[in-house]
Design a protein around this ligand. Structure first.
Ligand SMILES: Nc1ncnc2c1ncn2[C@@H]1O[C@H](COP(=O)(O)OP(=O)(O)OP(=O)(O)O)[C@@H](O)[C@H]1O
Length: 271
């Protein structure tokens, strides 16, 4: 899909959609990030991996402006993501979709009402019937049956709840999607189907995707590049095949351990 050079009037030029430089995050004595640099190019699916507690979610929250880092320069969608200017916050929130690890759906609202929350906020004058139709469209886009629209999150399976969270993330047609461990807790068939859905949406809608995952199959099947968080930094960003060669203990354990080898065999057909 051809991509315009502007988003809501903000000129992007050749700049990456996300550019992080010198990110530092500290919680008391604990230094989580110490100079993280990262670029996410338009239209790519970038996987973010790292050991448990390496700071993947804190990185995502920092980029989104949900956490104020101790130091950083972060360009997001052509604006300074650390700015508190309401117009900047609006630009970022209007153009990003986020699927949090637990789906973060409102449990007392139906799926349809959940998807309509951002529509109500950003398009308050939209007639109720049109809002419902738009929610239905997003629900179908995320691969849910139409009748899911009137269900409560508690009436859905884990995989369907993920899809419901995704349909809400897509509500405003954002060019940029953040996914925090989207396949965690899904069975392998459900996880593979979710991976394919992300790939299809990226290809059809030209989305850029920032994807935190532990799932090796996801890395091998849908990520264009993978960033590795270790030693409080992004130690490498490269296509997964190149990362396998990286001489770093965590990377070697992760990619060349038994599960890494198995994922490679399945996707590449070579042991
Ligand atoms: N609000 C907070 N207060 C104190 N410490 C925090 C806070 N948020 C995160 N941390 C700490 O920062 C570190 C990184 O957390 P983060 O959730 O980003 O890890 P992660 O890489 O996403 O881990 P996982 O793969 O287990 O989800 C952890 O040690 C965590 O305990």
């Amino acid at each position: 899909m051809p991509q315009s050079n502007t988003i809501d009037g903000v000129v992007l030029g050749e700049a990456p959609l996300i550019r992080v430089r010198g990110l530092v995050n500290r919680f008391g004595e604990q230094l989580v990030h110490d100079g993280v640099d990262l670029d996410v190019q338009r239209g790519e699916i970038l996987g973010v991996v790292g050991g448990s507690g390496s700071g993947k979610s804190v990185l995502m929250r920092s980029i989104l402006g949900l956490r104020k880092p101790n130091a950083a320069r972060i360009q997001l969608l052509g604006v300074d993501a650390t700015s508190e200017d309401p117009a900047v916050r609006h630009h970022i929130e209007r153009n990003t979709g986020v699927l949090f690890q637990d789906g973060a759906l409102f449990s007392s609202l139906t799926v349809g009402e959940n998807v309509q929350v951002p529509l109500k906020e950003y398009y308050p004058d939209l007639p109720r019937s049109l809002r419902y139709e738009l929610a239905l469209l997003k629900i179908k886009l995320a691969g849910l049956p139409a009748n899911a629209i009137d269900k409560l999150p508690s009436q859905l399976s884990g995989g369907m709840r993920k899809r419901a969270g995704l349909s809400r993330a897509l509500a405003l047609d954002p060019p940029l999607l953040f996914l925090d461990e989207p396949t965690a807790g899904l069975d392998p068939i459900g996880a593979a189907a979710f991976d394919q859905l992300i790939l299809t949406l990226r290809n059809a809608l030209g989305l850029t995707v920032f994807l935190i995952t532990h799932d090796l199959d996801t890395l091998y099947t849908i990520c264009d590049r993978v960033a590795v968080l270790a030693d409080r930094k992004v130690i490498a960003t490269a296509p997964v095949a190149a990362l396998e060669q990286l001489d770093h203990p965590w990377v070697q354990d992760y990619f060349n351990g038994p599960r890494g080898r198995a994922a490679r065999v399945v996707t590449e057909g070579n042991p």
